[in-house]
Design a binder for this molecule. Structure first.
Ligand SMILES: C[S@@+](CC[C@H](N)C(=O)[O-])C[C@H]1O[C@@H](n2cnc3c(N)ncnc32)[C@H](O)[C@@H]1O
Length: 265
């Protein structure tokens, strides 16, 4: 199967990831560290780890991490970054909907003390059935009292004024690859909490110009619905924050993001 994230993987760190946002990864890792330490969690599964921004920072803090992602290209980039830092790279190529069986197949020792899913990656789990599947896999991966920590978007804030207009999402005009990312978004007809993100990538990579079009269906979540789905899988919400660094308590009418800290019962 063609890797749907191969283009993103090539430019991810420059546009959204750790080259662009080194402090974000460090600060998020410190937040995670505070929570993990409090719950005596040492072995952590980084679900949809991407190019390994959190993996790298948590490894530096002494955690034993396994990264899982559906994209070979993302994992290759992550491996390269860890090897540059002289850190151990432990990755599994898998859809998170099949995380448990993939980890078993790869003989990764189970269970984990915690699983994280940062960078709004759960947005790629677009319907309830896939969400149920993913939560069931997570439940099986975690030890009793194990933690699940993840960041998602609050569907109450999916605004109509962001839809059906062409927007420049990113412009990277520096030495090295130059990029313009133009987006045209709309709500999915079958689920108004799903944003259909259409992106036109215009690329000038060392004199070679190219363009590519990408579409991703990205789910935003309702707090009450998500909490219930977690409960249905024996996972209780301990705390929810309204920002990516765990500084503000979440208020559904105020915040765009939900950073949720949960525990398997
Ligand atoms: C926005 S990136 C976030 C990466 C990383 N967690 C971070 O915060 O930098 C989303 C990641 O989710 C991965 N992904 C998307 N769907 C997935 C799935 N069904 N199972 C596992 N990984 C998936 C993509 O390959 C990509 O690496």
């Amino acid at each position: 199967m063609k890797d749907p994230f191969s283009l993103e993987a090539k430019y991810y760190d420059k546009i959204w990831g750790s080259t662009r946002n080194p402090e974000l990864y460090e600060e998020q890792a410190l937040f995670l560290h505070r929570v993990l330490e409090k719950h005596e969690a040492v072995r952590v599964l980084d679900l949809a780890c991407g190019t390994g921004g959190h993996y790298l920072e948590l490894s530096k803090l002494g955690y034993e991490i396994v990264g899982l992602d559906i994209s070979q290209a993302m994992l290759e980039r992550a491996r390269q970054k860890l090897s540059e830092e002289g850190l151990k790279a432990d990755f599994v190529l898998s859809d998170m909907k099949a995380a448990y069986s993939s980890l078993e197949r790869e003989k990764v020792s189970l269970p984990f003390d915690a699983a994280i899913c940062m960078g709004y990656s759960l947005a790629h789990i677009p319907d309830d059935r896939s969400l149920e599947q993913t939560l069931e896999e997570v439940r099986r991966i975690l030890r009793q009292d194990g933690l699940l920590i993840f960041l998602v978007r609050n569907a109450k804030h999916l605004r109509d004024d962001l839809m059906r207009q062409v927007r420049m999402e990113t412009l990277l005009n520096e030495p090295g690859p130059q990029l313009a990312l133009l987006c045209y978004n709309y709500r999915d007809d079958s689920n108004p909490d799903v944003l259909v993100w259409n992106a036109l990538w215009l690329i000038n990579d060392h004199g070679k110009t190219d363009f590519q079009v990408r579409t991703h269906r990205l789910r935003w979540f309702r707090y009450g619905h998500l909490k219930q789905s977690l409960e249905d899988h024996n996972i209780s919400v301990i705390s929810t924050y309204g920002d990516a660094l765990g500084q503000e308590g979440f208020q559904e009418d105020v915040h765009d993001s939900m950073l949720m800290v949960c525990r398997k019962r």
